[in-house]
Design a protein around this ligand. Structure first.
Ligand code: GDP
Ligand code: MG
Length: 312
């Protein structure tokens, strides 16, 4: 890591001039606040557009994308610097395999992140999906168990494939807000956030269109069906999250090894055993003893003991 040579962020030149100007403005704003580097972690299920989003942000084909879900199990970090500012983006393999969270992929990601600081999490999914299910919740839960609830203070929900015509004639904005609400609800559930938790209501949702066929405005900027130039909007939202006052997540050994959710409350076990002993086992024992003492000898015992003397 120390010997890693950080390349110049040349991809920024591939953006439309207006997009470049806005990005440089945002980087300037971050530097003004003494933020000179930024590490973005990209996570989500497989095939949702994580790697494509990394490439779109960097402005070059930095990581490989695949229409099929064979992403391997390794995370990769792409680093670029521009005008004294370093951008690190960590692309990760999809977390779901065969209907379950892939623990090996998750553990690889965690060890990859050891001693790194996550400034922002991009939780990626597709806009053009109509359902959320238990798997979505499991992915969010796995992320939360790995990095703590605090990660959601630094998270954005990113929805790819945003250039779409909603089904059933729904207006675009309405479709986006319905899909966002459904996903945010699952994030709240999976992360164990209460409705009243500030972070639960403040996770921003941003739209992304990675396709080369993304529409452009007269300034040649890539735009969504609602007219938003999405690259500057995404970077602006990331900037807002960073400057919101919440803490970055430093991934140390303690965070990775525990507190394991299975060990939460382990210190209560002796207490619970003691309570069980005095309030359940003891009374039962006492009851049994009483019973035995009170019990008259059962009839079969009398009969059996009389058998020897009986004649057949
Ligand atoms: P990952 O598995 O989450 O890293 O997903 P990839 O970035 O590898 O993308 C999976 C497939 O979806 C690839 O064929 C991409 O070209 C395609 N894709 C990703 N994002 C978008 C998007 O925003 N719009 C469209 N139309 N296709 C996308
Ligand atoms: Mg990928």
């Amino acid at each position: 890591m120390a010997s890693q040579i950080i390349r110049e962020w040349a991809g920024i030149n591939s953006f439309a001039p207006a997009t470049q100007t806005k990005l440089l403005e945002l980087l300037g704003k971050l530097k003004q606040e003494n933020v000179n580097s930024l590490t973005i972690l990209v996570m989500g299920k497989g095939g949702v557009g994580k790697s494509s989003t990394v490439n779109s942000l960097i402005g070059e084909r930095a990581v490989s994308i695949s229409p099929f879900q064979s992403e391997g199990t390794r995370a990769v970090m792409v680093s670029r610097s521009r005008a004294g500012f370093t951008l690190n983006i960590i692309d990760t393999p999809g977390l779901i395999e065969g209907g379950y969270v892939n623990d090996m992929a998750l553990n690889n990601i965690k060890s990859f992140l050891l001693n790194k600081t996550i400034d922002v999490l991009l939780y990626v999914d597709r806009l053009d999906a109509y359902r959320v299910d238990n798997l979505d919740k499991e992915v969010v839960k796995a992320i939360t168990d790995s990095f703590g609830k605090g990660i959601w203070n630094r998270a954005l929900v990113v929805l790819t494939h945003a250039q779409l015509s909603p089904p059933d004639g729904l207006p675009y904005e309405e479709f986006v807000s319905k899909r966002s609400e459904a996903l945010l609800k699952v994030v709240r559930l999976g992360a164990g956030l209460k409705k009243q938790d500030a972070q639960a209501s403040s996770i921003p949702v941003v739209l992304v269109e990675n396709s080369g066929r993304c529409n452009k405005n007269e300034g040649d900027e890539k735009v969504l069906p609602n007219g938003t130039a999405w690259i500057p909007h995404l970077v602006q939202t990331i900037t807002e999250v960073i400057l919101s006052g919440s803490k970055s997540i430093y991934v140390d050994k303690k965070l990775i090894d525990g507190p394991n959710p299975n060990e939460k409350g382990k210190f209560l076990i002796p207490l619970i055993l003691a309570i069980q002993y005095f309030f359940a086992i003891k009374p039962i024992e006492r009851a049994i003893k009483n019973d035995i003492a009170k019990e008259s000898r059962p009839s079969w015992e009398m009969r059996d003991s009389g058998v020897a003397g009986r004649k057949f």
